[in-house]
Design a protein around this ligand. Structure first.
Ligand SMILES: [Zn+2]
Length: 249
């Protein structure tokens, strides 16, 4: 009897976690069907931590499959093709390519939100409750019952000073206990890092911000460009939303 090969997927190597600059690579299709396409090696960021999934294409034998989303399970990344796109069968050798302007903009935006997080934590002792982004636009939520005089201008000036300082952004895995010994990580990520993880991926804007994070980032703060605080919204009961936009600096 035939076996359903879609059930024999053995996991996707996440290339973007070690090389966020990679944009094209070779891979083999492990499974493909209504749930999406699983590759043995993929650089498509599957979404998470406020960073949306990558877009891109798979090229195989003169055929192009446009990818407009992705999601992950414990071991696999499922690539979601645009409606009506051809599906490469299991076993097909493909070339993956990311939409570079989108991913590069998301890396700048994600790093900008970490930089902003570091500034409001350092200067105003604020803990961010959630964050989200689209390319070159982001939002951060936090509790702040009274907005200090000049808050928006002070945060914007401090952010652009930290961009100009061109701090290194370093990503590394750390044993859980070591990561949680860092006060900022412990205060911010206590409830966010699953209990079974013995290692935590840390994104460190050296000298400014340390966060547990699974996203893709630029290598230093100058690559963010310019940061503009568009507005500080009052969502009631001390809940504030900061909206930011990136410029070319
Ligand atoms: Zn993040």
């Amino acid at each position: 009897m035939g076996r359903d090969t879609s059930l024999t997927v053995v996991g996707t190597l996440r290339l973007e976690l070690t090389d966020p600059t990679l944009r094209e690579w070779e891979a083999t299709v492990l499974a493909s069907g209504p749930d999406g396409i699983v590759l043995d090696r993929s650089a498509f960021y599957p979404g998470g931590g406020g960073q949306p999934p990558d877009h891109g294409v798979l090229l195989w034998g003169g055929v192009q499959t446009r990818i407009e989303g992705a999601r992950k399970t414990a071991d696999e990344v499922y690539l979601l093709p645009a409606d009506g796109e051809p599906l490469p069968p299991s076993g097909t050798a493909v070339r993956g390519a990311l939409d570079d302007p989108r991913r590069s903009a998301l890396m700048r935006t994600h790093s900008a939100l970490h930089l902003l997080n570091g500034v409001v934590y350092r200067d105003f002792d604020l803990l961010v409750t959630s964050a989200g982004m689209e390319p070159l636009e982001g939002r951060m939520d936090f509790d702040l019952p009274q907005v200090p005089e000049g808050f928006r201008d002070a945060v914007q000036a401090a952010c652009n000073a930290e961009i100009a300082a061109d701090r290194q952004i370093v990503v590394r895995a750390m044993p859980r206990e070591e990561a949680f010994a860092i006060e900022q990580v412990a205060r911010a990520a206590r409830d966010l890092v699953p209990a079974h993880l013995t290692e935590v991926r840390i994104v460190d804007i050296v000298g400014l911000d340390v966060e547990a994070d699974g996203g893709t980032h630029v290598a230093s703060t100058k690559q963010i460009g310019g940061l503009e605080i568009v507005k500080v919204e009052n969502k009631g009961k001390g809940f504030r939303r900061l909206r930011v936009r990136l410029t070319d600096g």
